[in-house]
Write a protein that binds this ligand. Structure first.
Ligand SMILES: NC(=O)c1ccc[n+]([C@@H]2O[C@H](COP(=O)([O-])OP(=O)(O)OC[C@H]3O[C@@H](n4cnc5c(N)ncnc54)[C@H](O)[C@@H]3O)[C@@H](O)[C@H]2O)c1
Length: 353
């Protein structure tokens, strides 16, 4: 039986989900809902599924509620769906405060429904391969891990929705909205963050929240690093992850490997050699991986969402956790909230629990 997905919030990102669901095995888009009925009507017409004006009626027609509403409303909508017995997917960040996010995680656990939070770059083979190498000792003891998210967003972007650039509904600025993906990957690849010290400022937009941020990071394994986020660096650059071990370095730019250099005599690369994935994640369609290939589908926009939605369908049918659970999505949120706390206290070090 094909799992029925209901999409809540027919704004900018909903097309990526609806398009991806056209190619998910064992799942399909079954209904749409938006508090602005004309938006749901447009999506309904485009995707040929019914639009509902009442959330309960909408939920009665689906098995999974896929939430693409403003970030500060994720938990509220997710908890409402869980209480109706629906599985839940939320877009990133899981929500804007730890209390709300934890309430969503606990409600889904208590009510026995699956919860996943979108962090689509974790479905890039090249990102996964880097994690396997970093945590598997292939580049030696980890020394440093850096994430650079030097993007550009216009004032019109922030003015395009009354929730954008607000503490209440966006939860912050360039770090929690744009940076959250790479902060999640950095902590995932490096094995967790111990402390942060940060300076965040608002320098180029009329918004409440930061549009530029520099963060010093200490990881749990003793390595150090830097996070630089911005939405004011014209014209915007591909985001970079730079991971340095005692015997080698790997640099990813836009999920593609730009550098993979390891001192060959120092580290046993295993039978697969540098950069080649030895353990593709089970149950997902996998691709042959050469770190320098340019046609790696898993590094492309849309395909990563499709893979995460496909994983969710399999998680439900196999009754296992999704690859990225709601509880895992608390980690990048905790880091970002600690960064804001540090910045509000003149850059003092904040330890994560
Ligand atoms: N994974 C990614 O790369 C990615 C990219 C863009 C956005 N996002 C996330 O997706 C979410 C939505 O972003 P967007 O840019 O699409 O926003 P948007 O403002 O374009 O769309 C939000 C939609 O939600 C509707 N809405 C608001 N409150 C609602 C409610 N309570 N119930 C039903 N509908 C409601 C609005 O009417 C609007 O149509 C955000 O959390 C954002 O962080 C993720």
């Amino acid at each position: 039986m094909s799992l029925r997905f209901g999409l809540v919030g027919c704004g900018a990102i909903h097309k990526t989900h609806c398009d991806a669901l056209q190619n998910v095995e064992g799942g399909h888009l079954a209904a749409v809902y938006d508090i602005e009925p004309e938006r749901a009507a447009t999506a309904s017409e485009k995707y040929g599924v019914p639009a509902f004006e009442n959330f309960e009626e909408f939920s009665a027609n689906v098995d999974v509620v896929d939430i693409c509403v403003p970030s500060g409303t994720h938990a509220e909508v997710g908890i409402a769906a869980a209480k109706l017995g629906k599985h839940v997917i939320v877009e990133k960040p899981i929500d804007t405060t730890y209390e709300k996010a934890l309430a969503l995680v606990e409600a889904c656990e208590r009510l026995g429904v699956k919860l996943a939070c979108i962090s689509q770059h974790r479905f890039s083979n090249q990102v996964r391969r880097l994690r396997e190498a970093a945590l598997g000792g292939e580049i030696g003891t980890l020394l440093a891990g850096d994430a650079y998210i030097k993007w550009h967003r216009t004032q019109e972007y922030y003015d395009s929705g009354d929730w954008r650039g607000t503490w209440e509904q966006d939860g912050g600025g360039c770090l929690i909205n744009q940076g959250v993906h790479y902060i999640d990957m950095l902590q995932w690849i490096m094995g967790g963050v111990k402390s942060v010290q940060a300076i965040c400022r608002t320098v180029a937009h009329k918004i409440e929240v930061e549009d530029i941020a520099n963060v010093l990071v200490e990881f749990r394994n003793g390595a150090i690093g830097v996070i630089q986020g911005s939405t004011c660096f014209y014209p915007g650059f591909a985001e970079r992850l730079e991971i340095h071990g005692k015997y080698g370095s790997v640099v990813l730019e836009g999920d593609r490997t730009r550098v993979w250099k390891v001192e060959p005599e120092k580290v046993n690369l295993g039978k697969y050699g540098a950069g080649v994935m030895s353990q593709p994640t089970p149950n997902l369609q996998t691709y042959q991986l050469d770190p320098y290939v340019t046609d790696d589908l898993t590094a492309t926009w849309g395909e990563q969402h499709r893979l995460q939605l496909q994983d969710f369908v399999l998680a439900v049918s196999e009754d296992r956790d999704p690859f990225l659970t709601g509880r895992m999505a608390l980690e990048p949120l905790k880091i970002i909230l600690a960064v804001y706390q540090s910045s509000q206290n003149q850059g003092t070090k904040v330890h994560l629990s």
